[in-house]
Design a binder for this molecule. Structure first.
Ligand code: NDP
Length: 516
């Protein structure tokens, strides 16, 4: 499949480039040319944002029910095109076909959730009025306008959908910049949106490389939702600082897994293998470090090695696919070589088992915290396992990182331990499940970013919060006026003592505490 090039007509929904450049998209598995997309210039990006602004006023004026109908129409079109979308993801990204189809399903589950949930998540709320008893106070939510979404290549539909669906459901228009490695699936899903929506230009795509993303940061969007590496996230934030454009940052991770002494060893090992290898290890919430209690360590390692031996690499029914880029293969190889040089033991795979863009699932033991594979995001099919003397040691080492995205805890006291892991999300006796539960907010802390997608918080990320104080009747003392009675000072001082001092009213209020 070859998408239209700049020299013919541009891809549906893609603003024409200013200039002749095109991006060629190649399959990581076999190098085949899959298509071309225009490299949209800064002027093209600004034009898209201008069109989006016009669309945002019509789209934002629809009721939630009307927008739900539009979004469900798009969801159905995407579901009808599931095979085509999965094939595009499989070819562009290199992941196995089943992984690609799972990604489509996860993306649709979020679109469905956002469409149906927005009315409730953004319903106006009456709140208490405190000392202004003659007022009615309301918090309401309104569209921000135009949202820029910049996405990565590892989940080219699921990840951007986590921002796009929620932004659209909240009444905004969106301009989406996909990764240069995986633009074709983006072009396809935007094309389907444009057919499904009654308002033109509500969702547009601007294809290109880094400079196109940089241009989107400067194009006057009302918020920029970025998903990608921590390094690029910092550049995006710096670019947005000039215009005080708010940003949402979904960045990298170094997710730990803690396996306590009382864990179900077989279940933990199977989950570890899946959590580290799914999506060929190229997930922001991949399991990247495993801390296992000493008494069960040997059994756990044996089980992991046995499970890894069953993992099929490549082919149509493989569990692990091609790495998406040569650059990423290089990073993983560097981490593995560094680990081996510093004394890690390879129990499966390893740096010598890399062929082209395919990396054999690698199990490492005798790893230390100063190795790259334990400190930096590896983003590949690698399982480093560490023996720890206690759960406390596991927690301390798991938390000794600048990242804080996902995590996983296995053991009978899983929930209790989970609360002590410094991360935005934790799966207990499972891995990654939080990303599939549409009502749960998704996001990290530290170098993993800030802000939340998914769930009600994910919808509110794309809304302007409005506080309204409405006077319902007049009182003798009006704090919002210069016209005060002669004894206003004394009366105010009396009120302070009554309400906040040690007077009887304050004592009753304090006793009733949170009931008031
Ligand atoms: P990058 O940071 O390399 O790129 C992300 C996006 O930013 C791409 O579209 C890229 O374009 C674009 N970009 C590059 N330079 C700039 C710039 N100067 N200004 C604006 N945009 C720019 O990340 P990857 O694509 O390599 O994705 C992998 C990373 O994403 C990993 O670190 C992973 O952990 C993280 N990630 C985080 C998730 C989360 O939810 N927290 C989810 C998924 C991934 P181009 O590709 O064309 O260069």
């Amino acid at each position: 499949m070859v998408a239209p090039t700049a020299s013919s007509s541009s891809s549906p929904g893609t603003p024409p480039p200013i200039g002749p450049e095109v991006l060629r998209v190649h399959a990581p598995a076999d190098g085949a040319l899959l298509g071309e997309v225009p490299i949209v210039s800064a002027a093209g990006v600004t034009a898209a944002v201008t069109r989006a602004r016009a669309a945002a006023s019509s789209w934002g004026a629809l009721t939630y029910a009307e927008r739900e109908v539009e979004l469900v129409r798009w969801r159905r079109a995407l579901a009808d095109a599931a095979d085509e979308l999965a094939e595009l993801i499989h070819r562009e990204n290199g992941k196995p076909r089943l992984d690609a189809l799972v990604e489509v399903m996860m993306a649709l589950s979020h679109l469905d959730h956002a469409a149906k949930r927005a009315a409730k998540a953004l319903a106006p709320e009456k709140v208490g009025t405190g000392i202004l008893a003659n007022f009615r106070a309301t918090v309401s939510y309104h569209p921000l306008g135009v949202i820029g979404v910049i996405g990565p290549w590892n989940y080219p539909i699921f990840t951007p959908m986590g921002s796009i669906a929620y932004a659209l459901a909240a009444g905004n228009a969106v301009v989406f910049k996909p990764s240069e490695l995986t633009p074709l699936v983006g072009v396809k899903f935007v094309e389907l949106a444009q057919k499904a929506f009654s308002v033109p230009d509500v969702l547009q795509i601007v294809t290109g490389a880094g400079p196109t993303g940089a241009a989107l940061c400067k194009a006057g969007v009302d918020k920029l939702a970025f998903t990608g590496s921590t390094a690029t996230g910092k550049k995006v934030m710096a670019a947005c600082a000039d215009t005080l454009t708010p940003v949402l940052m979904e960045l990298g991770g170094k997710d730990p897994m803690i396996v306590a002494e009382d864990a179900d060893v077989d279940a933990a090992a199977e989950a570890a293998v899946f959590g580290a290898l799914t999506n060929t290890g190229q997930a922001c919430i991949s399991i990247e470090r495993i801390y296992v209690a000493a008494p069960i360590y040997d059994r756990f390692v044996d089980k992991v090695v046995a499970e890894v031996a069953k993992v099929k690499v490549g082919g149509d029914d493989g569990h692990v696919g091609a790495m998406t880029s040569k650059a990423q293969v290089g990073i993983v190889k560097d981490h593995l070589e560094d680990a081996v040089r510093r004394g890690a033991k390879v129990l499966a795979g390893g740096p010598d088992a890399i062929v082209g863009n395919f990396i054999q699932p690698t199990v490492l033991v005798d790893v230390t915290d100063d190795m790259k594979v334990m400190a930096d995001e590896t983003f590949g099919p690698v399982i480093p396992i560490v023996k720890v003397a206690s759960t406390e040691e596991a927690l301390r080492r798991a938390n000794a990182t600048s990242f804080g995205l996902g995590s996983s805890v296995f053991g009978k006291r899983g929930k209790e331990l989970a609360d002590r892991v410094k991360a935005g999300m934790t799966a207990v006796n499972s891995v990654m499940a939080f990303s599939a539960i549409t009502s749960l907010p998704f996001g990290g802390v530290g170098d993993s970013g800030f802000g939340r997608i998914h769930g009600d918080q994910g919808i509110r990320e794309f809304a302007r919060t409005k506080a309204t104080a409405e006077q319902t009747f007049a009182l003798p003392i009006n704090m919002m006026s210069f016209r005060q009675p002669a004894n206003a000072y004394e009366r105010m001082r009396g009120m302070i003592k009554q309400l906040y001092g040690a007077g009887p009213v304050a004592k009753v209020k304090d006793a009733l505490g949170r009931l008031l």
